[in-house]
Ligand binder design. Structure first.
Ligand SMILES: Nc1ncnc2c1ncn2[C@@H]1O[C@H](COP(=O)(O)OP(=O)(O)OP(=O)(O)O)[C@@H](O)[C@H]1O
Ligand SMILES: [Mg+2]
Length: 357
């Protein structure tokens, strides 16, 4: 088999829409109930939303019998595992279980596993009755959790068994994979899904489940998912369990995220009200709506980018907000940090007034 070990670093493109099968039955992927992330996991390469360039390249390499070792990396919920599982299904069909060794973070992946389990699987003769692609596949999911020793040992194993076995490494942080392994694989970066693809996939699920989701609901799901399809599906499922109709408000209430209009209101208080009044109003809205200060800070920071102010004041403000967020991550007192938030804005307001004079 031709060695197609090359460096392709492909960003997920905003490409042609996913052509999923038309939704109909309530049994999808053999799953009737349970989490929708599994029920609607793409079964074939054509079902994978976005990343068309990557999926088409992998498909083409497979069709030409030139599949290289693969390294798929990128943030969570972007379809890396689904793509490889769909590829394995395409390659092996019913023989899937015999031809693939799947190891993920729940398995031990120290050097012993590379020396024994992986070596044994790669070295064994394949039971490939009626399979077009007779080369086996070792799938190392969450490969960034492998120890350095195991990664070093894997270098040699990959080379030794290239004739009979392909390796597919999947990870979130590619810098945790040693360069020697990276250079043995063809790299594909799975970028966060863009809004259009997330919405399209959500619409597919909504139609299949017969849900009532309005436009504001879709927009909120897309916004809160941040390009993570898994997160989008999980929020959709929990919101529809809690509320009949999935609207923006239902989505925000269900996830406990502050609504955009609440953030606007909080930013207004921070920029206009005196210290004690701001403290009282924000504490009150936090209590009433069950908001976490860290979520408020994150959203208010995004809001600061939209307000017109000189860049030195903005830089100081954002830096201070980042410090508060950092302190909150260590479990500091919420009330004190709320005070710090209001003080930060008070300082910025003073600086704005001084700059205006
Ligand atoms: N590109 C996609 N097209 C369609 N569904 C997707 C896509 N990406 C993610 N999903 C949905 O999200 C779920 C999780 O996807 P997957 O396990 O492939 O993510 P991942 O990239 O491997 O994430 P992680 O890095 O956390 O392991 C899938 O079951 C599927 O429902
Ligand atoms: Mg995965």
């Amino acid at each position: 088999m031709a060695e197609a070990i090359m460096e392709i670093d492909v960003d997920a493109p905003p490409s042609r829409p996913n052509k999923g099968k038309s939704p109909s039955a309530s049994v999808v992927n053999g799953v009737k109930s349970g989490p929708w992330v599994e029920k609607y996991r793409p079964q074939s390469l054509a079902d994978v939303a976005a990343h068309r360039d990557i999926v088409d390249t992998i498909d083409r390499l497979t069709n030409e019998n030139k599949l290289p070792h693969l390294l798929l990396y990128g943030p969570p919920g972007t379809g890396k595992t689904s793509t490889i599982l769909a590829l394995a299904r395409k390659l092996y069909g019913g023989q899937y279980q015999n031809m693939i060794l799947e190891l993920n973070a729940s398995d031990d992946r120290g050097i012993d596993v590379v020396r024994q389990q992986i070596q044994d699987f790669a070295g064994a003769r394949s039971l490939s009755f009626g399979v077009k692609f007779s080369v086996k596949l070792v799938l190392l999911d969450e490969a960034d959790a492998m120890t350095k020793d195991a990664q070093f040992a894997l270098r040699r194993v990959i080379e030794k068994h290239t004739k009979s076995t392909r390796f597919a490494l999947i990870c979130n942080h590619v810098n945790k994979i040693i360069p020697a392994l990276q250079s043995r694989c063809t790299r594909f970066r799975f970028a966060p899904l863009d809004a259009a693809h997330i919405k399209e996939r959500l619409q597919y699920v909504v139609a299949a489940e017969g849900l009532d989701v309005d436009e504001s609901g879709f927009a909120a799901l897309v916004r809160l998912s941040n390009g993570d399809m898994r997160k989008a599906l999980n929020i959709l499922q929990s919101t529809q369990m809690a509320y009949q109709r999935v609207t923006e408000e239902a989505v925000y209430l269900c996830t406990g995220n502050p609504m955009p209009k609440d953030i606007e209101q909080i930013a207004y208080w921070l920029l206009n009200e005196p210290f004690t009044a701001s403290f009282r109003y924000i504490s009150d809205i936090k209590m009433r709506k069950g908001l976490a200060l860290v979520d408020i800070i994150r959203e208010v920071t995004m809001f600061v980018f939209k307000i017109h102010m000189s860049s030195d004041i903005r830089i100081k403000l954002i830096n201070d907000l980042a410090d508060i967020e950092y302190r909150l991550s260590f479990g500091c007192n919420d009330k004190l940090q709320l005070g710090a938030l209001i003080s930060t804005f008070t300082n910025a307001r003073c600086a704005l007034v001084a700059a205006a004079n």
